[in-house]
Write a protein of this length. Sequence first.
Length: 291
Amino acid sequence: LVPVGLLMWIFNVPLYIWGVRELGSSFGTRTFYAFSVNSLFIDLLRGSVPGLSAVRLQDAEAVLYLREHDFLFLVLLGATLLGVGLGIVFKFRGTTGGSDIVAAIAQKRWGLRPGQTIMFTDFFVIVFAGLIIEFKDLAEGMPAAALTLYAFLLLFLSSKLIDMVIDGFDYARSVYIISDRHAQIAEAIMSRLERGVTAFHGRGLYRGIERDILFTVVRRNEVRALADEVRLIDPQAFMIISNVYEVQGEGFRLRTQLSLPKLGKANGNGNAAEKVNGGPAETANGKPAET
């Protein structure tokens, strides 16, 4: 029989050629190295490399025990290792071949998230593999349908982990603050948290009171500090905190681009680009907010 790793390497060659054409030679170098090493280690850990047949991870005592008594945990462990590993690979603009190459191309062409593309592509692969296992009676000790469902679970979890590793666990929150002491709160945000603030003029329809509404974007780990500052100044302040998918500006990194040039360079008019965060507070019409 042909070793699994070698077979994967052969199937990856056409995808590799496609990836080089779409993503350039630098991508090709990293990808060729990655999927070759990946295939080598698959055969090495399975004991398929000549002279190293004693290394058989699938026959390890712990793996055999989990396979027999806690197969679900084995699937969860595999999904975690797979998701984190592929997430790190994608984070540094590489792939390990297969659906990873499709995901990298889709990310460049259409801005699709790698985890979603891998999940969509591998869905059909799993369905096809499940049918082959069923018709060829290749399942060992478990129905082919059960193996297919476990594979779907592994695919779903690993895909989510890939996106989490790429995006990071510490992203941004947008915050609206409504308070009679908006000037003091804006000053505290800019001076203590070193974040920019925008002031919108608003009017409450219930009491007809006009005041500035503050808007700011902070990192997730800064939300508690922001809330403490606001409560210290005005315990009655009204805060609305929302998740932010992406922030484009200094102090935040894009989700769709893994590396960013430094901001603050001159724009097309020759003026320095204004900071999105850490800059001066503004009103809705572009004038500086009163502090």
